[in-house]
Write a protein that binds this ligand. Structure first.
Ligand code: FMN
Length: 237
């Protein structure tokens, strides 16, 4: 194992496999995008429902998505700017209304989810476009998607714009979760049963991953004297 003082250039470190070192400043945005989504995966998919100020329902998937913290329960997703630098409908709607719902995508909804990634105008109701049933939310105005394993109603906390009004720039949309809906058949003793929920994630290109191939790994225990003990079944590196 490399010591903490090892030089950062792996090519100079005996016994460490060589790497291709890339300065992102030399890359076109499209190539940077490929290196980001090809390395950072699997990514969960936020299927985000919003409503426009005129009431039009909008739905779109975003895999730049994760949890921020649990107190208060907070999640975030990041819509990119369109090729002309303008905002995607989801971002424009969240900024205008302050509300959104993250619907979690299970295997049963992958085709409909992909359908709602079509680039269409803000006047298009994407629930209708993909033949989806909209269920009224409890606390916020955007509806949720019927039949998804989990849905999180959110109030906008903050938007952090990164990179300006240009193609490839993005905005981190941070929301406080104000209601959680779990499909009754996926509810097991206060937890979400992944074998029922069957969430999917996005990989690179057109590839997706299922959550059926899992393994457990227990964490190390730190004794009172600071000794770190690995569980007996911990794989040794
Ligand atoms: C699985 C999947 C994940 C996606 N993730 C993102 C993402 O993280 N950020 C983004 O800007 N677009 C993402 N897209 C593309 C958007 O869904 C697409 O641009 C959509 O039309 C945006 O809709 P809107 O204009 O209604 O917001 C993704 C598409 C798919 C199919």
């Amino acid at each position: 194992m490399a010591s903490p003082d090892a030089p950062s250039n792996d090519a100079n470190t005996p016994g460490v496999s060589p790497t291709i070192d890339i300065d992102p400043a030399t890359l076109a945005p499209r190539d940077a995008y490929r290196l980001l989504i090809g390395g950072i995966l699997p990514r969960p998919i936020a299927w985000v429902s919003t409503i426009a100020p005129d009431g039009t329902r909008n739905l779109a998937p975003f895999s730049f998505f994760t949890v921020v913290c649990e107190a208060p329960p907070t999640i975030c997703f990041a819509p990119a700017r369109k090729p002309d630098g303008s905002k995607k409908d989801s971002l424009a709607n969240v900024e205008a209304t302050g509300e959104f719902v993250v619907n979690v995508v299970g295997e049963a909804h992958v085709a409909a989810m992909s359908h709602t990634a079509a680039t269409v105008g803000p006047e298009v109701d994407e629930f209708a476009l993909a033949g989806l049933v909209a269920v009224p939310s409890t606390v916020v105005r955007p509806p949720r998607v019927a039949g998804v394993p989990v849905a999180y109603e959110c109030r906008l906390m903050q938007v952090v714009h990164v990179g300006g009004d240009t193609a490839g720039a993005g905005s981190l949309v941070i929301g406080t979760v104000v209601r959680i809906h779990v499909a009754a058949d996926a509810w097991r003793d206060g937890r979400i049963d992944i074998d029922v929920a069957r969430q999917v994630g996005r990989a690179a290109g057109d590839d997706y991953v299922r959550t059926r191939d899992r393994f457990a790994l227990r964490r190390p225990v730190v004794d009172a004297d600071g000794t770190v003990r690995l569980p007996d079944d911990h794989p040794r590196s």
